[in-house]
Design a protein around this ligand. Structure first.
Ligand code: ATP
Ligand code: MG
Length: 320
């Protein structure tokens, strides 16, 4: 069986290095040989905040990030939640397949509630892993390139697929998560690098902005640079970033810096990140936002046709 890839991001801000090494690099690789859908999860923006914010601008920026890293709209279907009613309708039968207790004990949901800017925790926050099951299963996705934080959600999707098939007959594949080179990249404050937590290095940042962000990163006073994720998380994060961007082991970079202290480490990291992102940033500057929007419209049409077919199958299987 040929795998079908589904993956995506919330349009809550610019994509960052965590996305690149957690998921984007795999997407660019997999699109060459597999059918791939990339979802812009716009409805999921309001899981952890009261309003969608600058949603149109964020969607355009996300599209530009995708195209800049090399997602090819000739090979991948890029689409958005809010344009595919049939996908969203899958949420109804899927919600009937999971219990409240299962939703409440999801560790990623708990973490996101802790970082939420919502006035109160909404029902959508608890149910969004099931919404993600609809995202993955509407196209019968089998392979999901994600970061580590998404593993509990892929588990929910697997549960939904298995239970649906048991109850109503075989309709869905049971998908697998695929993690990238760095399943959980830490941000400049030591927590998970996230768009909404102000701790990320955006792919589209300028070289000066990148330098300023890294200068502010939390490190320690020990001049001897060593790679120790437990005892020296700040230093380890910068070494990890440098290692990913130069394809070397963080320990080797630490040895090279030796007694150079945090200032040398930050200079080395800044150079490595800027060098790595230069071609991506150059491509991004050449892109036309109007063309990117056109890519989304075409992707929405293709994804909708797929969703119509799957919803029909689901309704038939359920006897509606
Ligand atoms: P937000 O703060 O708005 O939730 P985010 O940075 O967490 O944004 P998402 O859109 O939630 O980004 O996640 C998109 C994809 O990128 C998911 O597959 C997620 O696992 C992956 N990802 C996000 N952050 C990281 C990270 N720091 N390391 C590895 N993968 C990540
Ligand atoms: Mg997130």
């Amino acid at each position: 069986m040929n795998d079908i890839v589904l993956t995506g991001d919330r349009p809550t801000g610019p994509l960052h290095l965590g996305h690149y090494f957690g998921s984007l690099a795999n997407r660019v690789r997999l699109q060459e040989r597999l059918t791939m859908y990339v979802i812009i999860a716009d409805y999921q923006v309001i899981t952890d905040r009261d309003e969608p914010g600058a949603i149109q601008a964020n969607i355009t920026e996300l599209l530009l990030d995708y195209l800049a890293v090399g997602i090819d709209p000739g090979k991948a279907t890029i689409f958005q939640h809010s344009a595919i009613p049939e996908l969203n309708q899958l949420l109804l039968p899927f919600l009937s397949l999971v219990s409240m207790a299962e939703l409440q004990r999801n560790p990623t949901v708990k973490d996101e509630i802790a970082h939420s800017s919502q006035s109160a925790v909404s029902g959508l926050m608890f149910t969004y892993p099931v919404h993600q099951a609809a995202d993955i299963l509407f196209c019968k996705g089998t392979l999901v390139p994600v970061g580590r934080d998404q593993l509990p959600h892929v588990e929910v999707t697997r549960l939904v697929a298995r239970r649906f098939n048991e109850r109503y007959g075989q309709v869905f594949p049971v998908p697998e998560a695929m993690m990238g080179a760095q399943p959980l990249l830490r941000g400049l404050d030591g927590g998970k690098m996230s768009k909404s937590r102000g701790n990320s290095i955006p792919l589209r940042a300028t070289e000066d902005e990148t330098a300023a962000l890294i200068r502010r990163a939390v490190t320690d006073g020990d001049r001897r640079i060593t790679f120790d994720e437990e005892a020296r998380p700040g230093v380890a994060t910068l070494l990890t970033l440098t290692g990913l961007c130069t394809d070397r082991a963080p320990e080797q970079i630490a040895d090279e810096i030796g007694d150079g202290g945090a200032a040398t480490l930050k200079r080395v990291t800044t150079e490595a990140v800027n060098e790595f992102l230069r071609p991506i940033r150059r491509r991004r500057a050449e892109l036309d936002p109007a063309e990117a929007r056109q890519v989304l419209r075409a992707g929405n049409d293709r994804a909708r046709a797929t969703a119509v077919g799957t919803l029909e199958e689901v309704r038939l299987a359920m006897g509606f």
